[in-house]
Design a binder for this molecule. Structure first.
Ligand code: A3P
Length: 313
């Protein structure tokens, strides 16, 4: 095809990767064709559920929670040995349960989208402004997960160190990665603009967009998961059910399941296990200098001033 990335502003990210700018946000060159095809081709249904997030904010966790909440009570799952399996999360990893729309379009897997049974659940890393009109104009529900920028950055840095391992053996210098993050020049960045777009829209349309925070989920998982289930019109029958879903999706449990310990994300050589690292709030303290802390806190304060949004860190 005649598609060329030359038309998009380009920057280096972590010295090695190219990022391209599309309507104010930065993307990997690999993803841009998928983004464009998704924007023009996706037809939303009113009962779709779209999980939106930037990178490393708890997407995998939310995918697991959504898989549990949206599963049909009558579905029986039989494993290879003919045994009935009680939990979908044992059979497939969260990324298999909830697929990324830009990924499906990127790898020409989008024909399966039309054939999927309702209610469909997808995820996207696109900012709100880049979502297809079909989503913006439909009644489908959007769940957004945000995370404090310092932990998001540390998680992102570790993630790229893992991906770049075949090219550079040493961890990429954290100060340099930090500068890119603060400038907003990273995949799906600027991060705080991404967060604020969904925050603003969620205030305008609370019945359509649920804005969740990683830190709230850690602090009060039962309360937040109940909120999520109610938002999706699938309230729990009792406390037992809530506790079960929280446990099934917990970091400790997921990271020890075979489906998450082994294998890689298809088409991207990313180990499934890399989506389960520490799973805590405040890991940034182990990496940030005082100067880095002050710098990112200042940017965050300025960006969030007057928006009503704040993060516990
Ligand atoms: P850390 O790197 O800080 O450990 P994403 O899924 O958006 O890529 O985000 C990954 C981050 O979420 C990682 O953070 C990962 O450990 C954490 N995570 C994954 N599953 C989780 C779970 N069930 N509960 C809490 N955190 C989880």
């Amino acid at each position: 095809s005649s598609f060329s990335l030359d038309q998009f502003p380009k920057e280096k990210f972590l010295d090695i990767l190219d990022v391209y700018q599309l309507d104010g946000f930065w993307y990997s060159g690999d993803v841009i064709p998928g983004v464009l095809a998704f924007q023009s081709g996706f037809e939303a249904r009113s009962d779709d559920v779209i999980l939106a997030s930037s990178m490393k904010t708890g997407t995998t966790w939310l995918k697991a929670l959504l898989a549990c909440i949206m599963e049909s009570k009558s579905t029986k799952i039989i494993d290879d040995a003919g045994e009935e399996v009680i939990d979908l999360l044992q059979v497939k990893n969260p990324h298999d349960h909830v697929k990324s729309l830009e990924y499906l379009y990127n790898f020409n897997l989008h024909s399966q989208i039309k054939d999927m049974q309702s209610p469909r659940v997808f995820n996207t890393h696109l900012p709100y402004s880049a979502l297809p009109d079909s989503i913006k104009n439909s009644d489908c529900k959007i769940v957004y997960i945000a995370r404090n920028p310092k932990d998001t950055f540390v998680s992102t840095w570790h993630f790229f160190n893992q991906i770049l391992r075949p090219i550079i053996q040493e961890p990429y210098p954290i100060e340099k990665a930090y500068d890119s993050f603060c400038k907003g020049v990273h995949y799906f960045g600027p991060y705080l603009d991404h967060v604020l777009q969904y925050w603003t829209e969620s205030l305008k349309m609370p019945e359509r967009i649920l804005f969740l925070k990683y830190e709230d989920l850690k602090k009060d998982p039962k309360g937040e998961v109940k909120k999520l289930a109610c938002f999706l019109g699938r309230p729990f029958a009792n406390e037992d059910e809530v506790e079960k879903v929280v446990w099934r999706s917990s970091f400790e449990r997921l990271r020890n399941l075979e489906v998450n310990k082994n294998g890689v994300l298809p088409h991207a050589m990313i180990p499934n296990s890399s989506f389960f690292r520490v799973g805590n709030v405040g890991d940034w303290e182990n990496y940030f200098t005082e100067e880095m802390k002050q710098g990112l806190d200042e940017i965050t304060c300025m960006k969030l001033a007057g928006t009503g949004l704040h993060f516990d860190m």
